[in-house]
Write a protein of this length. Structure first.
Length: 207
């Protein structure tokens, strides 16, 4: 996720799920101007310990791309994929929240959802939606979409069989995002079994 002001850009990312056997020290962030190949480290002296970073003293007429490295005592990870190009600009109003989350399908390892999108795009073009799930009893939300969801349906895969999950979704525009809309209940990752079909024989129908 990206937010911006006239001379700064703040990026956010998902925390790494594996520390490689050594405690995570934090993250390094690099930026480059769109169309160039030279990356510059934004925080060379010390990794940031949070999963967001603000790059300051940027120019409004330049588009920037960002990438992130995780680091522990053994060294640095491979870089993340580069972000989409973004320029420093006036903050924009957030989009409206999505609503009406429904379960459309379920397997032992996946849950499929549909929801009502927002008609309020705020101060910028709507980029799509982000979806997060968390296991029952956990405080940790996990984002399941790699890029913003352009439609109003999504299948979260790689779930634990028989586990209950809470789900929440937010809208994203070019410079901001809505509050999360969270479904009040939870959903179980399990096969959905249809009721057996039954049809009378012609003899019974006419008896």
């Amino acid at each position: 996720m990206v937010t911006a002001t006239n001379d700064s850009i703040t990026i956010q990312w998902n925390k790494v799920t594996s520390d490689g056997g050594s405690p995570l020290l934090g993250y390094y962030v690099e930026k480059r101007k769109k169309g160039t190949s030279s990356w510059n480290r934004c925080n060379p002296d010390q990794p940031c310990t949070d999963s967001q970073f603000t790059a300051n003293n940027l120019r409004q007429d330049i588009e920037y791309e960002f990438r992130v490295f995780a680091v522990n005592k053994a060294g640095e990870s491979d870089p993340s994929r580069a972000s989409r190009p973004i320029s420093a600009s006036e903050p924009v109003d957030p989009p409206g929240e999505p609503s009406d989350i429904k379960l459309t399908d379920s397997t032992n390892t996946s849950l499929s959802f549909a929801w009502k999108g927002t008609d309020v795009h705020g101060g910028g073009d709507l980029l799509g939606y982000d979806i997060e799930l968390k296991e029952e009893g956990s405080d940790k939300w996990q984002k399941y979409n790699d890029s913003h969801i352009s439609g109003t349906s999504f299948t979260a895969r790689g779930l634990k069989q028989g586990c209950s999950y809470h789900v929440r979704i937010r809208s994203v525009n070019v410079g901001s995002y809505s509050k999360y809309y969270q479904y009040k209940g939870s959903f179980i990752a399990q096969e959905i079994h249809a009721a057996p079909a039954f049809k009378m024989t012609s003899e019974l129908e006419t008896a």
